[in-house]
Design a protein. Structure first.
Length: 122
């Protein structure tokens, strides 16, 4: 009987951890998408600071995100965030818009890794 209770407690802890992780990853992805959508035009005075803010926000959370999201996806977001900052610094209009789109796609990959689907199970 003790082992049944211990198993149930471990199951509840496991399911709770999965739920907390799901909400954390989705909250970070939502915030990143909001920040990307709110980016000013490249000729704005605040453009460099806003892109650096996105990069810092992501890098501050990579250790926790790395517990459940694969390194390749995390590295892709890091690379696209760095590219976005670099394009803003040199005011490369086309690179800036490309980096924005690719960063948005990479953040979508982070969210997709946390969804329950048949594709994720196989």
């Amino acid at each position: 009987m003790k082992s049944l209770f211990a198993t149930l407690i471990l199951l509840i802890v496991l399911l709770g951890s999965i739920t907390v992780n799901f909400f954390f990853i989705n909250r970070v992805a939502d915030r990143m998408e909001e920040m990307i959508d709110a980016l000013p035009s490249i000729d704005s005075d605040t453009c460099k600071a806003k892109t650096q803010e996105i990069r810092n926000y992501w890098e501050d959370r990579t250790d926790l995100i790395g517990l459940s999201v694969g390194y390749n996806i995390i590295d892709r977001v890091c690379e696209q965030a760095a590219l976005l900052v670099a394009c803003a610094e040199v005011q490369d209009l086309y690179g800036y818009h490309s980096a924005q789109a690719l960063l948005r796609d990479a953040v979508g990959d982070v969210r997709r890794a946390e969804q329950f689907s048949v594709g994720n199970l196989l």
